[in-house]
Design a protein. Structure first.
Length: 226
């Protein structure tokens, strides 16, 4: 059975868990799936085994804590340690999707700001001068910033497993993390000196480029979901 088929079967079987057990199990599921250097198929196989074992125990009147212990993170770490490391196609697509979205949103916001500034407040010019050297350096700098953003989200999601964190606090944390990442990106662009051959393009090109990258991110997400 493929990893995708196992995920679908897992989704169906989880509906059979009671509220307490499903909360415990889903934390373990997220924690293991976010071990992104592990084999997709073997991760899903072990998650299915854990789910089947928990369903049998639940039928006997037992809770997930009685089955797997009251230290689920430690137990999940042991499981992850036994799974083989692998850079899978899905992991690669996740990285590409995140890069498309990060750079796309940044470009779209930057372009929209220029459009609003010019057409509503008559500030600036209707053309944007792009220097090839500056554009290359900005693109290269966006990669580690995007990695920081993605890696930070994954680490937070894994850390938050097995913890009771309010939705409000979680939203604040996500918002601050995103704000810091995008702010660093915009500051670097703003203070980057211009160098290299230049070309003039309409100011809407940055916005359209950002939207095109977001579309690529969406299409990559669709490819992951197949």
């Amino acid at each position: 059975m493929s990893a995708e088929e196992l995920v679908e079967l897992n989704n169906q079987k989880r509906d059979m868990l009671n509220q307490v057990n499903v909360s415990y199990y889903e934390d373990m599921l997220v924690y293991i799936r976010l071990s992104y250097d592990k084999s997709d198929e073997e991760s899903e196989e072990i998650l299915m085994e854990l789910l089947d074992h928990l369903l049998e125990a639940q039928a006997a009147g037992k809770t997930a804590e009685e089955v797997f212990g009251n230290h689920p993170k430690h137990y999940a770490d042991e499981i992850c340690g036994e799974l083989p490391k692998m850079v899978t196609k899905k992991r690669t697509l996740y990285i590409l999707m995140s890069l498309f979205y990060f750079v796309g949103v940044s470009a779209a916001v930057y372009g929209l700001f220029d459009l609003i500034r010019y057409y509503l407040f008559n500030v600036g010019d209707d053309v944007l001068t792009i220097n090839s050297g500056t554009a290359v350096v900005n693109t290269m700098l966006s990669l580690p910033i995007a990695f920081f953003f993605i890696n930070g989200l994954i680490r937070y999601l894994r850390w938050s497993c097995f913890k009771q964190i309010s939705k409000v606090l979680e939203s604040v944390i996500f918002g601050l993390h995103g704000a810091v990442s995008f702010s660093v990106f915009f500051v670097l662009i703003y203070f980057m000196p211009t160098f290299g051959p230049s070309i003039d393009v309409p100011i809407y090109v940055t916005f359209l480029l950002g939207m095109a990258l977001c579309l690529l991110g969406y299409l990559t997400l669709k490819a992951i979901s197949k």
